[in-house]
Unconditional design. Structure first.
Length: 263
């Protein structure tokens, strides 16, 4: 059967077989395991075929044949084509985080740090723009575990939220505790709007999306500057409740703390 692991594949090639134990980080610069190499080969081959033939016309069997492995091994690492898209999403996310964190130390102003984070995502995702509509198809399916709003995607999403927390806390702009807690989720949500615009942007080099980022970044920064005033805090709490009730998957949202005395 296609989804049976090839017995020629050694145990050391299984995903995670050589993972560091809990609490221990993998050695920096350690060479990839055979399993990691195989997984990367499948993903790289799939992305190339998606670009050459289109997503719908590319089968798992064709990917396996092009990569020189059995179909069973292809299914062992990826349960299906949509999981290859998840693998690509993870790859883009890791590249996004790497690019942003490399550039953030050069900026202290909140607007500059936010621009870095959004531009870094566009730079990481641009090579795959040709079949980005497939991203949206998966994201738009409420039953798909690959939806950015699903519980299955929540851990990867929180990595990006953590990046936006660094954007906020490392900036020279001062935020109160409520806004510091809420804002990273709202910035991730804004990123989802940028992604949707980018999917349908056919301008060379996604120039329109980059212009959207350039023009909305100062607007967000000016709005955040107003959040320090007590008059705005009820709106902040309403926004926090909206995020908790509608954006974070059920059962994963933190419970709100008590309102500060005197507000």
């Amino acid at each position: 059967m296609d989804n049976v692991r090839d017995p020629r594949e050694p145990d050391s090639a299984r995903p995670g077989a050589d993972a560091a134990p809990d609490g221990a980080a993998a050695g920096a610069g350690a060479p990839p395991t055979k399993g990691e190499q195989t997984r990367a080969l499948i993903l790289e081959t799939a992305m190339r075929l998606f670009q050459e033939r289109g997503y719908d016309k590319t089968t798992m069997r064709a990917i396996a044949a092009e990569a020189g492995i059995s179909v069973g091994n292809a299914y062992y690492y990826f349960a299906g084509k949509e999981h290859l898209i998840q693998g690509l999403y993870d790859q883009v996310t890791n590249d996004h985080l790497r690019r942003a964190r490399a550039a953030l130390p050069r900026h202290r102003e909140f607007a500059g740090r936010l621009r870095v984070a959004w531009d870094a995502w566009l730079d990481a995702a641009e090579p795959y723009h040709g079949f980005a509509v497939q991203f949206f198809r998966n994201a738009a399916d409420p039953d798909s575990p690959l939806s950015p709003f699903s519980a299955e995607s929540y851990p990867a999403r929180q990595q990006v939220v953590a990046l936006y927390r660094e954007v906020v806390t490392g900036s020279s702009m001062k935020f109160d505790a409520e806004m510091t807690e809420l804002l990273p989720e709202l910035l991730w949500l804004h990123q989802m709007g940028i992604v949707l615009f980018w999917v349908y942007d056919r301008s060379p080099g996604s120039a329109k999306t980059r212009e959207l980022v350039r023009r909305t970044t100062p607007l967000v920064a000016r709005t955040m500057a107003l959040s320090r005033y007590k008059l705005i805090r009820p709106l902040v709490r309403d926004a926090e409740k909206l995020v908790r009730d509608f954006i974070v998957p059920e059962g994963l949202a933190p419970q709100p703390g008590p309102a500060p005395a005197g507000d």
